[in-house]
Each structure stands twice: as C-alpha cells, then as structure tokens.
Write a protein that binds this ligand. Structure first.
Ligand code: ADP
Ligand code: MG
Length: 411
C-alpha cells in the first residue's frame, strides 16, 4: 500500500472514530432525557391515584364528622395531604361556579396544579355522597410528594452525562495526541531522509568539483587557441560546465549547514553587489530592476544574506523574464514595532497552488535547467540568520518573497 493510501485510511478511520465518540453519548443523553420526561408524566398519574384513594375514603366516613375530623382521618392515610375543604350544595352555587360541571354530572373530577406560599399544590375537586347529599371535596396534595419518582433518575442522568462528557473529552484528547504523534513521526522521517540526501549530495559534489574544474580549465585554454570553427564547438562545453558548476555549488551548500558569523553590517554592503549581480543575470532580458538604497545597519552575516537574496533574485528574474515588461524589486522595510523585512518581488506568472505546497522540497523544480535547491537552501540560510522566509502572491500579479527578521534592531 502506498503512503498516500495509508494516510487516507488513517484519516477515514479517525473520522469514523470521531463520529462514534460524539454520537454515542448524544444518543445516550437523548434517551435518558426521554425517560426522564416519561417519569415526569408518571408523577401526575401517581398523584391522581392518591386522590382516587382519598375520594373512596370520603364515601366511607362516619356520618356527621366535621371537616377537621375528616382532615385528620385522611392525613393519617396520606401524609402529603396539605388542605381539605368540603363544599355543600349551597356554597357551591354561591362561591364555586367552576364546580357547576361537577354538580351537573358533566365532569367527574377536576384537577390542576396551583402554587401556594408552601410550594406547588396538586388540587383535585372530587364529588362524594355524604349524609347531607352530594358534596364536593377540594383536596390539596403537596405536589412534591411524587418527586421521589424522578429524583433518582435525574441524578442518574446528571452522573451519566458528566461521565460521558469526561469520556468524550478523553477520547478526543487521545485522538488528537495520536494524530500529533503520527505527524511528528512523519516529520522526523522526512528530516532523516533529507539529512541522508544532503550528505550524499555533498560527497558527490565534492568528487565532481575537481574533475569539473579540470574540464573547464582545459576547455577554456582550447578555446583561446582554437580558430572560429572550433570555438563554436567548444562553447557548449563551457556553457554546460558552468551549469554543472552551479549544481555542484548548490549541492555543497545544501549538504553543509550554514555557519553565520554575525556583525553590524550596512544594508548597502548587501544591496550594491546584489544590484550588480542582478543586472548581470538580467543581461538581454526585458526586465527592469529597482533596489533603492537605505541607510540602515543591523547584526547579520552580510555574506549569507547576499547568498540568500541572490537565489531569490535569480528566481524573480527568471519569472519576470517570462512576460514582456518584466519588473523585479528589492526592498528593505522597517517594521512598525521592531524588526526588518527584506522583500524580493517580481511581476512574473506567479506560483500555481500545485507548486506552492512543494516550493521548499529539495530538488523540486519546474524549470528545464533548475536544481530545485534554491529555495530550500535559502530558507536554511535565512533561518540561520534568525529570520523566516515565505513566498506570497503579489498584486496584481507575480510573486513576493519576504525575509522577516523580527528580532533585528536596525540603526
Ligand atoms: P529552481 O529555481 O532551481 O527551480 P527553486 O528552489 O529556486 O529551484 O525554486 C523551486 C520552484 O519554485 C521553481 O522551479 C519555480 O517553479 C518556483 N518559483 C520559485 N520562485 C518563483 C517566482 N518568483 N515566480 C514563480 N515561480 C517561482
Ligand atoms: Mg531557483
């Protein structure tokens, strides 16, 4: 299986895990809440049944019992009985018009929940037969009497929810940690791989450099002594040796970590020679170059900085040369709070997204004669100087390479 496929599978698996981790406790919570709601409904059923029992007792009370005696008899049976009122026919007609329905037999019971200073009451109007004829009793039960049905369940739901939350957080953390570890491992493998390539490249470059010098030297000598016809034959040899020389230099630079020696250096020490180099690189190309002087100095290694900027200028000139009316700018900017930024901008074709992700990969190039080492080397050089290198799209077109030195203290 390819690396890509393994990564893809791992990603799919962790996505499924994520869904399960989040969905399971959610399902659990929803079903617990439903159970709780059903239990709440059971509370009313329970209170109704208590009322029905009390109503039965009312029928069987001895004749002539006063309201206080009735209350005492019933509260011995039902401790949650809060209040009781027996209403005869006359008072029902006068003060309780709502009970008319019960008198007329249109309604059997009437029940409601009312609030009182002592808490919510479950109130029931219940008709019963006494010696005096048909009466209605108002029975008030403490509504909390049915709470025992749900208290336990409520506690269970809270405990289960907290437990699930803890499990979800733990699972998410483990997933994140596992991903982080995988990413680190991948990065480490990449670094090891690059270190190997770097070492190999340096050895190879070293071995090639001497013979290459000999070839170049003799080819130059031969060209000086040759006639016009032979010179034309020797020119390609010299061009190609120059190209190989560039590659060998890049490989050596890439294989050797930069060792900066910092000192207070004027920007002009870097800018002036770069301007000369840039004009030489541009040669006959239709490219305008601009690099305004700036009287600034800061702690850096001007030699390494020049090397880094030369690579970026080479890319910029090559890009700007692709379109008519090309422009390349080299700028030094002082940041508002502290630090410096050096910018190399061109108005070339810009960098497509597919290329952008691979810019700093060693040996990645889109050019026929590129080495693909310019940007990786440059990034390392800039980092060794305490800076950061990034490439952005420029407006309206082209590319801008930014070298940020956040800790530079310009004078
Ligand atoms: P090389 O120049 O040898 O190809 P680099 O590492 O310098 O290697 O650049 C890698 C790739 O990045 C180039 O091949 C090119 O596709 C792209 N690139 C770099 N700078 C620019 C730029 N200024 N404009 C457009 N593309 C660029
Ligand atoms: Mg380059």
């Amino acid at each position: 299986m390819t690396n890509h496929k393994v990564t893809q599978n791992t990603r799919t698996l962790s996505r499924i895990l994520l869904v399960v981790i989040v969905a399971m406790p959610l399902v659990l919570l929803v079903s617990s809440l439903r159970t709780l709601r059903e239990l709440e409904e059971q509370k009313t059923v329970y209170l109704r049944s208590r009322v029905a029992i009390l109503a039965g007792r009312l029928e069987n009370l001895p004749a002539g019992a006063g309201e206080t005696a009735v209350f005492e008899a019933l509260s011995a049976e039902e401790p949650s009985l809060a209040d009781l009122e027996v209403i005869g026919r006359e008072s029902a007609a006068a003060g309780h018009p709502a009970l008319q329905a019960i008198w007329e037999g249109r309604e059997l019971y009437r029940m409601e929940t009312v609030s009182s200073p002592d808490g919510p009451l479950f109130r029931a109007w219940v008709p019963f037969h006494s010696r005096a004829g048909l009466c209605v009793a108002r029975i008030d039960l403490d509504a909390h009497a049915a709470d025992f049905l749900v208290v336990h369940a409520r506690h269970n739901v809270i405990a289960a929810s907290l437990g699930s939350l803890a499990v979800v957080l733990l699972a998410l953390y483990s997933l994140w940690a596992a991903r982080q570890a995988a990413r680190l491992r991948l990065r480490q493998l990449e670094m090891e791989h690059l270190a190997h390539i770097g070492k190999m490249a340096a050895v190879l470059a070293h071995e090639i450099r001497n013979p290459l010098g000999t070839i170049k030297g003799f080819a130059q000598l031969a060209r000086e002594r040759a006639g016009a016809a032979e010179q034309a034959l020797l020119n390609p040899i010299l061009d190609e040796t120059r190209r190989l020389e560039n590659l060998v230099n890049d490989l050596l630079l890439y294989g050797r970590p930069p060792a900066p020696s910092l000192r207070l250096a004027q920007w002009e020490e870097t800018r002036a020679p770069l301007e000369a180099h840039a004009r030489e690189m541009i040669g006959a190309r239709d490219v305008r170059f601009r690099a305004d002087p700036a009287a600034l100095a800061w702690e850096t290694d001007p030699h390494l900085l020049r090397q880094a900027l030369l690579n970026l200028l080479r890319n910029a000139v090559e890009a700007a040369g692709e379109t008519p009316g090309g422009e390349v700018r080299l700028e030094l900017r002082r940041e508002p709070k502290h630090g410096l930024t050096v910018a190399v901008a061109d108005n070339g074709p810009g960098i497509p997204d597919s290329t952008a992700a691979r810019l700093f990969e060693p040996f990645f190039t889109t050019k026929a004669f590129g080495t693909g080492l310019g940007l990786p080397i440059t990034r390392r050089l800039v980092q060794s100087l305490g800076g950061e290198l990034t490439l952005h799209a420029a407006v309206p077109r082209g590319t801008e390479a930014l070298l940020r030195f956040p800790n530079a203290k310009p004078r």
